[in-house]
Design a protein. Structure first.
Length: 424
């Protein structure tokens, strides 16, 4: 459903082959080039010579939505459950304390597909039939990062990165649907698949406080996309296609890496994500803290890694009445002219299209040095199943006296990944 294990729709470093084994804890002492290029750019100074990485992760989310009310209980499962997430990155030491890096990867994404198992609204009134709504959404954000860093003193490094983003998105309904409470006519297909380009960037700093303790901080402003003519609506004038602007949240990080011994590394990072001011997400999400804990132990050519991450609740208790200023979904009104219906529909959106509900993720990984220049890394991660629910009054907003509908979602996710790391 979401491309990240527990950080909203951001991937951060959770799907990189080495950082993935440490739950994404790589903003202070990354082990691979991608951790510096896509994480804290100041950490580029930790990669001497020329280094290159190519990797991919396979991500499998499982999302089940249960609807219950006077009309009975049904369950719909999202078919968006297999994604491949690539990562490539290169770093280069130019001399005089300057380091450069670049890479291409996926920094964010979300997807849900109920075309073959439509979301149902069973209890608008006791006399209406079950309605199937073939909701679908998908966002994939590809990022090309260009980064540089400077070793300003023997203890301190600073860095910056430019992000050029390419986004693909769709949102709405696709496939046959029924009438909505016998009042709103069919809205079989309201989405189109569109793309957009955006610009972002990041800044970072690291400081070696003691020979064993390294501190870090960073800030990231991801790309902002405007997807033109993505969703059709016929509920509110002017009728026609609507644009949707989406921006991943401003992210601040702080972390520490501690060398327990020459072979044992511990790292902890804390992320703050400003979902409450991120365009479109702000209507369904609230600000979030994420704690990342990871460790690596080296024994000869082997590296063993383990990690745990915790994310605070992200879903707003009461969403807004629209998503990114949309006026409607097909013939269902949203926004100022929707009355009480808009907020109730957005509760349904929270449970079906953007239900990031998991909080706890466990990870493990291993690395092996094939030669002094080439190593292979792999990881596995599991986001423990979690649930959320909302009671809506969609029916009552349309038919006076209709009972409430309850929507509950259960979601879990697992991922595996591997990659090669070259050093020269």
């Amino acid at each position: 459903m979401a491309f990240a294990l527990n950080t909203g729709t951001d991937t951060d470093l959770s799907l990189a082959p080495a950082a993935g084994g440490m739950a994404g804890a790589a903003f202070t002492r990354p082990i691979e080039p991608g951790g510096a290029v896509f994480g804290n750019p100041a950490t580029l100074t930790q990669f001497p010579g020329a280094q290159f990485q190519i990797a991919a992760a396979f991500l499998v989310p499982k999302v089940d939505v249960t609807q219950s009310g006077a009309g009975g209980t049904t369950t719909s499962s999202s078919a968006a459950n297999d994604y491949v997430i690539p990562t490539t990155a290169v770093t280069y030491e130019a001399g005089n304390g300057w380091f450069f890096g670049g890479g291409i990867g996926v920094n964010a994404g979300i997807g849900a597909d109920y075309r073959t198992d439509p979301i149902t609204v069973p209890s608008l009134t006791t006399n209406t039939s079950v309605t199937g709504i073939p909701l679908v959404d998908e966002l994939i954000s590809f990022n090309a990062n260009l980064a540089l860093a400077k070793q300003v003193t023997s203890q301190t490094s600073i860095g910056a990165a430019l992000t050029i983003g390419f986004g693909l998105a769709q949102l709405g309904t696709a496939g046959p649907s029924g009438s909505f409470a016998g009042i709103i006519p069919q809205f079989d297909g309201t989405t189109s698949s569109v793309h957009a380009v955006g610009i972002g960037g990041s800044l970072g700093i690291t400081h070696q406080l003691t020979p064993s303790l390294l501190l870090s901080a960073s800030a990231k402003i991801p790309p902002r996309y405007t997807f033109k003519n993505i969703l059709y609506q016929s509920a509110v004038p002017p009728i026609g296609w609507q644009n949707l602007t989406i921006a991943q949240p401003l992210q601040l990080s702080a972390g520490a890496a501690f060398d327990v011994s020459s072979n044992w590394l511990l790292e902890g990072d804390v992320l703050w994500k400003d979902w409450g001011n991120a365009t479109s997400y702000e209507d369904v999400y609230k600000n979030q803290f994420v704690a990342l804990l990871g460790t690596q132990f080296k024994a000869g050519p082997w590296s063993l890694r383990f990690g745990y991450s915790y994310a605070s609740d992200i879903l707003r208790n009461v969403p807004n009445d629209t998503l990114g200023g949309l006026r409607g979904l097909g013939s269902i009104p949203l926004g100022a002219l929707s009355g009480p219906l808009g907020t109730e529909v957005l509760k349904l959106v929270q449970m079906t299209l953007v239900p990031v509900v998991w909080k706890n993720t466990l990870t493990a990984g291993a690395g092996f040095d094939l030669t002094s220049h080439v190593s292979i890394d792999a990881f596995a991660a599991y986001a423990l199943q979690a649930s959320a629910s909302r009671s809506t009054s969609i029916g009552a907003a349309l038919v006076p006296g209709a009972g409430p509908e309850d929507y509950g979602v259960k979601a879990s996710e697992w991922a595996i990944g591997a990659g090669f790391h070259f050093k020269y």
